[in-house]
Design a protein around this ligand. Structure first.
Ligand SMILES: C[S@@+](CC[C@H](N)C(=O)[O-])C[C@H]1O[C@@H](n2cnc3c(N)ncnc32)[C@H](O)[C@@H]1O
Length: 277
């Protein structure tokens, strides 16, 4: 998304200041990893932070964590500074260049925007570069045998803006193709958790369900030839991927990343962001 003006509508600002700043606002897929990541990390760079509400979320799980929020919208960053003057925020584009040296943050987060970004492969490389240990991000996956689609999200969150808001891209990516992409980034582990649902009513050009998937890529200090893959997804890991990775059972994820809550008991009304419009 290159036009930052699209995310600066007053209604969106209200949404990010009211509904994305506390642990109970986490979506189920985010909840699967974020508390664990916070406990493991001394620093986090939150790229696409909007108003920086996730400063409070990361700190709820680790009060000592050093949080830095970055967003390509200068309006949102200005507002983030006003709302939280003691936190660190900067304007930065997570796709074209993050102004930090390699491995600057234990964990880098990119939540809620890679499915709007046509250049997501470049963005992932750039986000990965500044992470020393882990990268967390979400994408919209489709299963083996399906091709990724390029739709549009007509009106994120506020229908009254229809006439003035051009559609955002809404990308789905095929699991096998995307697995190849992340294996190519040479992580030591690829952890994935996702579930299917329909895109929100403002999304057009996407047929059927998508899988709201959160990935965590882990980095090893030594070079890794064959990464581990642990996936809790609606579909198995594709056979071709298994040739390039060590595929562990889905249950291994519960051992590796203990779930902080019984995810089946999480607020059943919670829905991913693109379904919230
Ligand atoms: C849907 S909001 C998500 C905000 C927050 N991360 C959350 O999950 O609630 C997407 C945010 O990502 C920002 N964004 C989109 N593309 C970006 C990029 N290439 N670099 C940095 N920020 C970006 C937008 O400006 C917007 O504030």
């Amino acid at each position: 998304m290159s036009d930052s003006g699209r995310v600066e509508r007053p209604g969106l600002i209200q949404f990010y200041s009211d509904q994305r700043n506390a642990p109970e606002h986490l979506y189920r897929s985010e909840c699967r990893f974020l508390p664990w990541l916070a406990e493991q990390s001394h620093s986090v760079l939150d790229v696409g932070c909007a108003l920086g509400g996730f400063a409070a979320v990361w700190k709820a799980f680790n009060p000592e964590i050093h949080y830095v929020g970055a967003d390509l919208s200068s309006t949102l960053i200005q507002e983030a500074h006003r709302l939280q003057p003691t936190e660190d925020f900067l304007v930065a584009n997570g796709t074209t260049g993050i102004p930090f040296t390699d491995s600057s943050f234990d964990v880098v987060a990119a939540l809620g925007w890679l499915h709007f970004e046509r250049r997501y492969p470049e963005a992932l490389q750039e986000l990965w570069r500044v992470a020393s240990s882990r990268l967390i991000f979400d994408v919209r996956l489709v299963g083996d045998g399906s091709a990724g689609q390029h739709g549009f999200q007509q009106v994120p969150l506020h229908s009254e803006l229809l006439s003035e808001d051009p559609p955002w891209p809404y990308l789905t990516v095929a699991w096998k193709m995307f697995a190849d992409l992340v294996i190519g980034m040479q992580p030591s582990s690829i952890l994935v958790y996702g579930y299917e649902g329909y895109p929100g009513p403002g999304v057009v050009g996407i047929d059927g369900k998508v899988c709201f998937a959160v990935f965590v890529l882990e980095k090893s200090p030594t070079s890794v030839v064959v990464p581990e893959v642990i996936a809790q997804l609606p579909w198995p890991v594709p056979g071709q991927v298994a040739d390039r990775a060590v595929v562990l059972s889905p249950e291994e994820l519960d051992v590796r990343v203990p779930s902080p809550v019984d995810l089946h008991q999480v607020n059943p009304d919670e829905i991913p962001i693109d379904a919230a419009d």
